[in-house]
Write a protein that binds this ligand. Structure first.
Ligand SMILES: [Zn+2]
Ligand SMILES: [Zn+2]
Length: 262
């Protein structure tokens, strides 16, 4: 089996055929999906999806691009919502300097609110980092210095130094379809250097469909293409990469139930 550690099943792209997509994932051995919250104000619709399917779990948090819209959400709010049995992570939060949807100060403030919730709940923080390596490294160092918290550098597309520091601070690194793109040799090089017990795979669906579906709508069943490239990249076979990334996912997402046969 495989775990899609990051997808967005609440997005309108899936509205018509969510049942089919979750079933297609199961048919392809993707027995656990984590659907990631990007707006706490939409949490109700996200948790409703997690409640509908045994294989789907959820997170709670505000995407950095929406940070300025949800600065009223407190650490206590996140902790309260995270008590739901199907919430297995905090986020996604972080820094996105590629888009300027939210002012950097708002992103930093929101990020720290989420870090505090992760530290208190011990639930992993799903970190979104784009074009923000320097600030991300500084904040991770400073905040882990105040007290460790589990985290994932999701959809990894940053530089080798952020990966190295993330691992050093106890974090996991999750690879998306970007790993399969011809023009991403530097991301594969980074994956080779991440310790095996810190590797995860994800789709970030509906975005970033892996080769051979690049440019189309992504969906959780496609995570197997990313896992196949990760296997080649680190020099293991398909079964081994499934075992490695699945073991890592269940070690990290402590509230996620493991199927008896997996
Ligand atoms: Zn993201
Ligand atoms: Zn995402």
């Amino acid at each position: 089996m495989l775990v899609d550690s990051h997808c967005h099943l609440d997005f309108a792209d899936f509205a018509e055929e969510r049942d089919l997509i979750v079933q297609r994932a199961l048919d392809n051995g993707i027995e656990r999906l984590v659907t990631i919250c990007t707006r706490v104000r939409r949490f109700d619709s996200i948790i409703a999806i997690a409640e509908r399917y045994d294989s789907v779990y959820a997170s709670v948090g505000t995407h950095p691009n929406n940070a300025h819209e949800e600065l009223d959400i407190t650490t206590d709010d996140l902790i309260r919502l995270a008590r739901h049995p199907k919430v297995v992570a905090i986020g996604e939060a972080g820094l996105d300097y590629h888009y300027d949807y939210a002012p950097p100060e708002a992103q930093v403030q929101g990020f720290r609110t989420h870090i505090a919730a992760s530290r208190i709940t011990s639930l992993p923080l799903v970190i979104h980092a784009r074009n923000a390596d320097e600030d991300m490294i500084a904040i991770l160092r400073e905040e882990t210095g105040k007290g460790a918290f589990p985290f994932i550098l999701h959809c990894f597309s940053s530089g080798p130094e952020l990966a190295r520091v993330g691992v050093e601070l106890g974090g996991y690194v999750s690879f998306s379809g970007i790993l399969t793109f011809k023009n991403s040799p530097e991301i594969r090089e980074i994956a080779r250097n991440v310790p095996r017990d810190r590797l995860l795979v994800e789709t970030d669906a509906p975005y970033l469909a892996p080769t051979p579906h690049r440019g189309k709508r992504n969906e959780p069943s496609f995570v197997r293409h990313t896992a196949a490239v990760l296997a080649d990249t680190i020099g293991v076979n398909q079964d081994e990469v499934a075992q490695i990334t699945t073991d890592n996912a269940f070690r990290l997402f402590t509230k996620m139930s493991r199927p008896a046969n997996a």
